[in-house]
Design a protein around this ligand. Structure first.
Ligand SMILES: [Zn+2]
Length: 487
């Protein structure tokens, strides 16, 4: 215990119930002086060697801590589920969901400031609004584009007919000159497929899973971010349509045509390169729909991309365990440093992720009451915390447990799943142990704590948290981006 007022890590909500894959528990459960409890979330700590009462008693009712971040809790709460609109999202799979986006969360920019509890929008509500705001320009764009595409098709057909009759006339009157149609040039089809392919790829990605799209390209979820994405897709659509339209252009100089065709690929690559850096697109276009609606891109907008996970890791590893006024708050600050958020509503993630299970009686999933915190890949920017778990009042929380959860996120970022093939040893899924090894090696987790909690968990039929050479090597492989089986 520290002399300060403990923050309430355990929000008002956290009730134990099914847990997921998070860490095994910290050593002791609240109230008990020595019996740790295990939590799916982070490995529990066994009995802290150095501290006599690692887990003083914090029961919910007497919970001295104030929830540091009440309302920002669920960046991804129910309705705000970023992935809601994508039918493709795995809804319930244990730890192994494979969300596409490897990027940190939008939440860091959005729920940054801890706020005292108050009524009003929940984090979920905020997220829902944010997503809506981003969606509006995109939907508007689609509406405009639909009209634009229809118009483009008509223009295309008109041009085709006109070109044909011109060609016929010209052939009759000027037989000695060879007329060339743009789309007959060898590079035309290939280039069109390339340019249109980019448009299709990005627009489909954004429409299928906007949240995932923003995460993947590290675009902040803000009005500017939404406009930036929309502008980019609009430009690609314009290029694709324009290239289609000029297909029937007739000329006599093949080189000139080839140059024009090539310029579309160059322009596409250029704007894509700007987009990937968040730079101004430097393209001015206006799309006009059949109903007169327009969408204009001035090319001046830019965004500050969110940091790469790999760049964040060293910062997390060196982050102090006393950044807050108590351990729970310190743990939360580390999570926020990583661009994620803590949701103190322990059950909130259950609508998205199913607790990991195992047929091995010695590797049973943690009971909810044993779960300190857990990570759900469907909501990759959130760590769900069990406020009722013991251990929040010791440095097990910031030094070990929360870093174990962040390691789940790291592995997810590198491999697209928290249980890649590389964690399997002779048919045994050792992802929890690999996660702890990763936390120790790359995220500054306290090895003593994690080993202790793993041993404690093992004594309670949760051997999956144990670490050894295999888990260390698997963690190293993952850090190198190697997720395939290593044996
Ligand atoms: Zn875990």
């Amino acid at each position: 215990m520290t002399g300060q007022q403990p923050q309430n890590p355990y929000g008002q909500t956290g009730q134990p119930s099914p847990s997921h894959q998070p860490n095994p528990y910290p050593p002791n459960q609240a109230n008990q002086s020595s019996q740790p409890s295990q939590y799916g979330g982070s490995p529990y700590q066994g009995n802290p060697p150095q501290q006599s009462h690692p887990y003083p008693q914090y029961t919910n009712s007497t919970n001295p801590r104030q929830n540091p971040y009440p309302q920002q809790q669920y960046p991804y709460a129910q309705q705000s589920n970023p992935y809601a609109q994508s039918g493709a999202r795995p809804n319930n799979s244990p730890a192994s969901h494979v969300p596409a986006n490897p990027r940190p969360a939008p939440s860091q920019y959005y729920y940054a400031q801890p706020v005292r509890k108050k009524r009003g929008l929940s984090g979920g509500g905020i997220a829902a609004i944010v997503i809506s705001v981003v969606l509006i320009p995109i939907l508007l764009f689609i509406a405009v584009t639909a009209g634009f595409a229809a118009m483009a098709n008509k223009a295309f057909n008109d041009a085709a007919q006109q070109a044909q009759s011109q060609a016929e006339q010209q052939q009759q009157t000027e037989p000695k000159v060879t007329y060339i149609t743009m789309k007959d040039r060898p590079s035309y089809q290939e280039t069109y497929q390339y340019v249109n392919g980019k448009y299709e790829q990005y627009s489909q990605e954004a429409l299928t899973d906007l949240q995932g799209f923003m995460d993947k390209y590290r675009i902040p979820i803000t009005d500017d971010g939404g406009k930036y994405v929309t502008d980019f897709i609009a430009v690609l659509g314009k290029y694709s349509n324009n290239l289609k339209l000029i297909g029937d252009t007739i000329g006599v100089d093949a080189d000139e045509m080839d140059d024009i065709i090539a310029s579309y690929k160059t322009d596409t690559d250029t704007v894509e390169a700007h987009f990937k850096k968040g730079e101004p697109l430097e393209v001015q276009i206006t799309l006009k729909g059949t109903n007169g609606d327009t969408y204009t891109v001035d090319g001046q907008n830019s965004v500050e991309l969110k940091p790469l996970w790999a760049d964040l890791e060293p910062k997390i590893a060196s982050a102090a365990n006393n950044m807050g006024s108590n351990y729970a708050e310190s743990a939360q600050k580390i999570v926020e440093l990583a661009g994620l958020q803590v949701n103190w509503d322990f059950n909130a993630g259950k609508q998205y992720c199913t607790k990991s299970s195992s047929n091995n009686p010695d590797m049973q999933a943690l009971e909810d009451k044993e779960t300190f915190a857990y990570y759900c890949p469907v909501t990759p920017n959130v760590i769900y915390a069990n406020a009722n778990a013991s251990g929040w009042d010791t440095d097990y929380a910031p030094a070990a447990a929360i870093r174990h959860e962040l390691a789940h996120h790291a592995i997810h970022m590198y491999c697209g799943t928290i249980q890649p093939p590389v964690v399997v040893q002779n048919g045994v899924n050792r992802f929890e142990g690999v996660t702890s090894s990763y936390a120790i090696k790359y995220l500054g987790a306290d090895a003593k704590w994690l080993k202790q909690s793993a041993q404690y968990a093992a004594q309670n039929h949760h051997e999956q948290y144990l670490m050894d050479d295999f888990t260390d090597k698997a963690a190293e492989a993952i850090h190198r981006g190697e997720c395939e089986a290593i044996q």
